[in-house]
Design a binder for this molecule. Structure first.
Ligand SMILES: Cc1cc2nc3c(=O)[nH]c(=O)nc-3n(C[C@H](O)[C@H](O)[C@H](O)COP(=O)(O)OP(=O)(O)OC[C@H]3O[C@@H](n4cnc5c(N)ncnc54)[C@H](O)[C@@H]3O)c2cc1C
Length: 243
């Protein structure tokens, strides 16, 4: 497409999203499906100081913003055995192998990605979380699950579930690069434009390559809808021009 000298907008913009584990320096794998399941089962996110950071069941953008404000821009997902089993199942279903997860545990919190297992005190110490505060945070959270009211963040009561047993798992949660947001300039007809503003008579754009459908963030859960509907409009306009 470069010989066409197409006009672009927002080309340097990109989206950051949560649920990353840093598997190599600067390289993340996402745990979204597993993390969502864990928080649906009541798991909480804490920071290094041992405090919760967000309503864990709110939209991902709120978690993304909260993580950026924490020490080392890092949060931790705290799970009991019951939740870990579901989390693990979903990790292995989506891009993680059993071997690599074993390797992460073998690192014992000494390097990223942090995956640790043990008593509450153990997981806190291994992950570098304030153990005393974590215990207090968990005690408070447990009382919220009993009363059905989250005094810290007003989390929806349907996601307030007690932790079971004395075995805990902690997995790091960082923000990660997700996608670029810019693209080619079009008007409502979806015809592409050259850098000098001229309409190209017979090339239409659709979907992710169009710049400006997204703003500084993407349209949550609507990108497929945009791709399909803009594809329909572009193809329809092309057919109308042929007639
Ligand atoms: C991990 C992830 C999760 C997502 N989750 C959601 C979600 O939950 N909800 C949602 O709405 N959206 C989601 N999205 C975004 C959504 O999937 C995309 O915005 C959408 O699929 C883009 O569709 P598209 O047709 O514009 O582009 P694409 O699906 O990227 O299609 C472009 C096609 O063009 C082909 N191509 C590229 N170059 C050439 C070439 N030179 N010649 C011929 N063919 C070429 C490519 O191979 C590709 O098949 C997610 C995206 C990712 C990556």
């Amino acid at each position: 497409m470069s010989p066409l000298e197409l006009q672009t907008r927002n080309i340097g913009w990109y989206k950051v999203y949560p649920h990353g584990v840093e598997v190599e320096p600067g390289i993340a794998k996402l745990t979204t499906y597993a993390s969502k399941k864990a928080t649906d089962m009541g798991a909480i996110y804490v920071n290094k100081e041992g405090h919760r950071i967000v309503d864990e069941s709110d939209v991902y953008a709120k978690l993304r913003n909260a993580v950026l404000e924490q020490t080392d821009k890092m949060a931790f997902l705290l799970m009991d055995q019951r939740t870990w089993q579901e989390f693990y199942y979903l990790l292995t279903l989506h891009d993680f192998t059993e071997e690599e997860i074993q390797q992460y545990f073998a690192n014992d919190g000494q390097k990223s990605p942090i995956f640790v297992h043990g008593s509450l005190k153990d997981v806190a110490q291994k992950a570098g979380i304030d153990a005393e505060q974590l215990q207090e945070t968990l005690n408070n959270y447990e009382s919220y699950t009993v009363q059905g009211k989250d005094e810290d963040f007003g989390r929806d009561p349907q996601f307030l579930h007690s932790y079971e047993g004395n075995e805990f798992y902690v997995v790091e949660q960082r923000d990660r690069f997700a996608t670029t947001l810019g693209g080619f300039v079009t008007e409502a007809d979806l015809k592409l434009r050259t850098k000098d503003g001229k309409e190209i008579s017979n090339i239409w754009g659709a979907g992710e390559v169009i710049g400006g459908a997204n703003g500084h963030d993407s349209m949550p859960s609507m990108m497929n809808t945009w791709s399909i509907s803009s594809g329909y409009v572009a193809a329809n306009n092309a057919l109308l021009q042929l007639k």
